[in-house]
Design a protein around this ligand. Sequence first.
Ligand SMILES: [Zn+2]
Ligand SMILES: [Zn+2]
Length: 706
Amino acid sequence: MFLAHKTTLMALSFSIPKHSLPSLFTSKSHLNVFPLPPSFLSLNHGFRRLRRAKFSAVATQITEAPTASPPGEAHDTDSSDGRIVLPTNQSSERLLRIRHTCAHVMAMAVQKVYPDAKVTIGPWIDNGFYYDFDMEPLTDKDLKKIKKEMDRIIGKNLPLIREEVSRDEAQKRIMAVNEPYKMEILESIKKEPITIYHIGNEWWDLCAGPHVESTGNINRKAVELESVAGAYWRGDTNKPMLQRIYGTAWETEEQLKAYLHFKEEAKRRDHRRIGQDLDLFSIQDEAGGGLVFWHPKGAIVRHIIEDAWKRIHIQHGYDLLYTPHVAKADLWKISGHLDFYKENMFDQMEIEEELYQLRPMNCPYHILVYNGSYTHTGISQSGLQSLEQCIDMNYLEVYMACSESEDLPSIFSTYLVLQCCLFTDRDDAHIFCLDDQIKDEIRGVLDLTEEILLQFGFDKYEVNLSTRPEKSVGGDDIWEKATVALKDALDDKGWSYQIDNGGGAFYGPKIDLKIEDALGRKWQCSTIQVDFNLPQRFDITYVDSNQEKKRPIMIHRAVLGSLERFFGVLVEHYAGDFPLWLSPIQARLLPVTDTQLEYCNEVNNRLKASGIRSEVCSGERLPKLIRTSEKLKIPLMAVVGPKEVETQTVTVRSRSGGELGTMAVDDFISKANRLLLSSSPQGQILSHGLDAKMSREIALVICHLQ
Ligand SMILES: [Zn+2]
Ligand SMILES: [Zn+2]
């Protein structure tokens, strides 16, 4: 350890910029560390059959076969384990041609079934295609009819024939078929000749291609019409409302099945639905969109996340800080926020004739603490190098992710409640160090990040290193040194990474990390950013061994990012079926009749006193109580009938382990704690919320296990 001295600082703070973070502090900067998401990769858990929610259901269920790698970067996926690799428009030109041709085939089918329908445009999209029609509103039943007609066209194996015509000729033909939208499209085509594609001799459309050679190249069993929605012509609300039919198309039937399964699974995991079903959180219209209310069951999970997060940081030598929500406007002038970021900050407020500003972030606060502790602890006299680490957490950040939702492939457009939070609490920390220490410090952050993410079952990452952009502050030498240090740290850690040349922040190079969830989707999560700018702006220094003042380097880093967002990802990762240590309610006592209620309450008190999150659930017949508990994914259920009261026992069923049998209450407590311990990836639950007696019990359990 290179620390000659370290002050102990504890912080809990929050920062409040106004809305999304464009301009200087865009998602490329450390401020908006969590731009939305994902490209998808392989399912990291492979095949696992879902056992339906019985007592014996598995805790982390995934799928019924077939399992697919999510559409996305198919080249990264591995089909050796029997998974189906889904190609994309980028990875397979054939697929793109199929999808494009499907759009025409669908338009032809629609006009065969509904001769009055007017065609407009129909591009290929991620996972399929769509086409917009001016026609009467359609229903799902209509889609079946249209698909049947498409199948007929595909079955006829009609060739797609390209024809070049003059503008006049195109106009003439469009007039002959009376297609006003096509005329409008023709007007927007500037180049000549105009290309027309025929499907056999039966139908034609204006198009530039590409297509498959004939409709028989489409596998009709790999095509499905998914939905119909209203869409304005040219996206303009003053123009006619059209009927947009979405379809999905693949090369093979297996791919279609896998895609549909993947989509279904993503829907099943939707954190909004699970959040409501398990009563974890809500968004209250009366309070405002994007403002998250953590309900007791969500709040306790968050508390556990924060607790684990803090504990690991402190073990890694961080100090905790709590800093104020507002500061004088001048502070944000020094930091540069007011100059570069003002439109994203809330209006200033006047307090006792002084202008104050809600914090847009924490960095300047940590600098103040660094400065204060540096001088007042007399480090400057020690003549030794110094480094400070401060952690800050639970601070609010305005975060308009909504606008970024457009980047999401359609099947994940549901993924946005917690991602669209206006204010989110973000885990933030800053490290102050010397140039020579960057590599070791970054390496330390990588270790810590991995340790924390492993706690929550995230063990696959995509790492990006972003280098110097065109506009930047700081000299060539320090950029070079820092970038090499980041590379060395990653190499040392043994993580592979991609380099985003020129993608760094203007103030320094950075490392971004995406986590891969149980469905193989990737989510932007951690970030580590070197900063040459703020130390300069605040003129912070340390005194080196030659008694000379030097400028330290600042490193911004966040591990989980926005807590709201991380929680949303976590809920979907586990499909709400949290491991025991994270479960909001770990055990439920279920009396067979009300006669056993008193005994249940007693047992409940003992469980609670032992640190187990338990509750009594009564007032219904036992099968109903069990069903409700299953629905809420309660890991442990203790059934209590007259016999259990008489023998002072409980009969235990585990969600993941099935029937555990009848046992004395003490044995149940020991058992629960043992399960708790094993459910925590690092077994670090030991120190988590347990009293001394419980720790001893667990220690005994560990001895027993050994
Ligand atoms: Zn076309
Ligand atoms: Zn920062």
